[in-house]
Design a protein around this ligand. Sequence first.
Ligand code: P6P
Length: 334
Amino acid sequence: MMNIKTLNEFILDKQHEFPYASGDLTRLLNDIGIASKIINREVRKAGLVNILGAAGTENIQGEDQQKLDVYADNQFINAFKYGGQVCAIASEENDDFLAFDNEPSKHGKYVVTFDPLDGSSNIDVNVSIGTIFSIYRRVSTDGPAQLEDFLQKGSEQIAAGYVVYGPSTMLVYTTGKGVNGFTLDPSIGVYCLSHPNMKMPDDGRLYSFNEGNYNTYSKGLQKYCDWVKEEDKSTGRPYSCRYIASMVADIHRNLIKGGVFCYPATAGSPNGKLRLLYECNPMAFIVEQAGGVATTGNQRIMDIQPTSLHQRVPVIMGSKNMVNKVLEFTQQYG
Ligand code: P6P
């Protein structure tokens, strides 16, 4: 029998790396694993039951909520509400943050921001989607959680991770001591360590841009998009465009193969499309911990002082040398 290291065992083994670890983070990470397995079960049969398609409601972003979005959101809210370690959550699917008033969660020392099902426009066309989460210590000292608990810089994250519901379901997370990936074995319903100590290659040939927005890109980004298409064997060009329109899937592939993902300011999204608190910061934590770079083009994503729950920021993240090449063009041409 191959030596299987399960997610639960791994988290427990790593608990000693945390001074004063009381086991709360261990339980919280396991709760996330369980909630994701429930969502995975529904995602895998979404085409068979009336859970596909729009829920007939809109989220604060003005995006049509998919039934599976709402289902996933509720699964995570319940996991955190009754898990006992989290006192409040902020989710892409909820206009405001939600402070729990039930015992013992109201005294939980963590808050969680999450996108329960990212890339939801891909759900009903059977393309990979994902969950993204970010864990912070609460900073408010008593009573219900406050907005300040959520407006913390990404550099304050205790842990972050994602689940990618693809050909296999994987959970990838960091607590600031490297990145580890676990693959769900559906035959036993357990996440097993499959990608220990993940490192993002410094270089790569994959660029993940929605070039449909090329005409409204900055001049520097247009120059980069032109540069990647030139024939130059010494730099492996032309590069290959790989864009799934699921941030989790695009970043996960680039994490393994090397690549750069970019969603910049465009005419349709003047501040970029992706949300700082529950998309850019957690993915930036993972990318940096794996040796990559995550920037808005002007500053490190995890240094941004958030000002609102659903604020959007431009994002360029991925292989160190590839991101730096993009920045060469944006710094030269604007
Ligand atoms: P576009 C999915 O809706 C999402 O939030 C990210 O997962 C993805 O990277 C991006 O939007 C895709 O946006 O405008 O290229 O379809």
